[in-house]
Design a protein around this ligand. Structure first.
Ligand code: GDP
Ligand code: IMO
Ligand code: MG
Length: 426
């Protein structure tokens, strides 16, 4: 068995970058399998802090091959910028490979993302405006362009010409935006192709051969369970499969090669963008979590909405991802609080739900049922073993574990790699 899948257990930004960077050194491949540069994964490597959007968080390890697999959507301009940024910071991007089947984000996708949001008005999703939704729309509509189209200018031009007729009609007639010419986009993308084509590989074959050769693969998820296109709080979701099943579809590796599924959950909950959030705090405690937790988006800089830990969505994440382990992050942020609340169930018009209601109208009206626990009120960011944590913190962890129904194997008490406690992970 050679595969570990990491997923966000909430609405994203749970600390996936830190944990991927921490664990990646023990793997041969680190693979992004869905999403695009809507992600913002923070990695602190020595005294360098990096915000990665598209490139897997294992890029810093020379023993590790970073892969952007077929389930991703790639904006080539952003990819090259990110590679340059890493090279400037002293990290080689020579080993990076991208799937021939990953879809390209085109300039009209970015335009349509913004224009669609503007049309939705106060019903907007609050997207990152990176063209993610429109790129996945075209993939499913079978009019997308893929990385392999960069390999042949004539084919690229031909496919683009076919698609651009529809796109220009939408841009000009629906959105009142300027059209593109085939020459304009072809010239721009062929310039990117010069650098990108040598990185394009049949990653499905490569990863399966690696497994046969006994190599270990780490699948780095982006976004989070509640942002999943099928299992999230639709329509306030992203357009890809962020749950563990996405790792299978998004790479072409079969499920029997997955040994562990690690869900990353904050010790409280945050959300960026619009959509229901039952435990959201609109008071001083919410502001405290924002400030102490530094809750501002890595990709868009937007302030993240903050709320209490929600055991209902945690249980749901265990269920839909088949989590074998949970990593609880940002426990140190709660150290400032006198008392801590945990949502153990929802009350929807008098009916008690212990798991996420499937009707969004019910989820929108869910009123959290809280239990309260005493805080610990001491700095825990220096703790390196479970026993060093104050008893109140251990009680909190053990109660969450019981509510979640899966082991809390890793506890993170600060952004640095060494600020981590391993309880039962091996
Ligand atoms: P991701 O998208 O899941 O990778 O998470 P982000 O990088 O968007 O946001 C997580 C933020 O929390 C980053 O600024 C991390 O450096 C930081 N972080 C991660 N783990 C911890 C932790 O245990 N404690 C604290 N205080 N910060 C953390
Ligand atoms: P990481 O990987 C948090 C949210 C957006 C919006 C919705 C749809 O850093 O956890 P999109 O641009 O994807 O169409 O936006 O999804 N969103 C994220 N929220 N963390 C992310 O990534 C996110 N990626 C997308 O805010 O609500
Ligand atoms: Mg993030």
């Amino acid at each position: 068995m050679s595969g570990t899948v990491l997923v966000g257990a909430q609405w994203g930004d749970e600390g996936k970058g830190k944990i991927t960077d921490l664990l990646a050194q023990n793997y041969d491949y680190v693979v992004r399998y869905q999403g695009g540069n809507n992600a913002g994964h923070t990695v602190i490597h020595g005294d360098v802090t990096l915000a990665l959007h598209l490139i897997p968080s294992g890029i810093m390890y020379e023993n590790c091959v970073p892969v952007i697999a077929n389930g991703c959507v790639i904006d080539p301009r952003v990819l090259l910028e990110e590679m340059d940024h890493l090279e400037d910071a002293g990290f080689s991007t020579q080993r990076l490979i991208v799937s021939s089947n990953a879809h390209l984000i085109m300039p009209y996708h970015v335009d349509c993302d913004g224009a669609s949001e503007a049309k939705l008005g106060d019903k907007k999703i609050g997207t990152t405006n990176r063209g993610i939704g429109p790129a996945y729309q075209d993939k499913v509509a079978r009019i997308g362009l893929r990385m392999q189209d960069l390999e042949d200018e004539e084919r690229f031009r031909e496919r683009l010409a076919m698609v651009l007729t529809q796109k220009n009609a939408i841009l000009t007639k629906v959105h009142d935006l300027a059209p593109y010419t085939v020459d304009q986009i072809t010239e721009q993308y062929m310039a990117y192709a010069k650098r990108i084509v040598p990185m394009i590989v049949d990653t499905e074959a490569l990863l399966n051969e690696a497994i046969t050769a006994g190599k270990r693969i780490f699948f780095e998820g982006a976004q989070g369970t509640l942002l999943d296109i099928d299992h999230g709080t639709y329509p306030f979701v992203t357009s890809s499969s962020c749950t563990s099943g996405g790792a299978i579809i998004g790479t072409g590796v079969g499920p029997r090669h997955i040994e562990k599924v690690l869900g990353i959950a904050k010790a409280y909950v945050t959300r960026v963008g619009m959509g229901p959030f039952p435990t959201e705090l609109m008071d001083e405690t919410g502001d405290t979590l924002t400030q102490v937790g530094g809750e501002y988006g890595v990709t868009t800089g937007r302030q993240r909405r903050c709320g209490w830990f929600d055991a209902v969505i945690m249980r749901y994440a265990v269920q839909v991802n088949g989590l074998t382990d949970i990593c609880l992050t940002k426990l140190d942020v709660l150290s400032v609080l006198e008392t801590i609340r945990i949502c153990v169930a929802y009350d929807v018009d008098g009916q008690i739900y212990k798991t996420v209601p499937s009707r969004q109208a019910d989820f929108q009206r869910a009123v959290p049922v809280y239990e309260e626990m005493p805080g610990w009120k001491v700095d825990i960011s220096h703790c390196r073993s479970y026993e060093e944590l104050p008893v109140e913190a251990r009680n909190y962890i053990e109660y969450l574990e019981k509510l979640a129904g899966a082991p809390l194997s890793i506890i993170s008490v600060g952004p640095d790699r060494d600020q981590t406690i391993f309880r039962s992970w091996n």
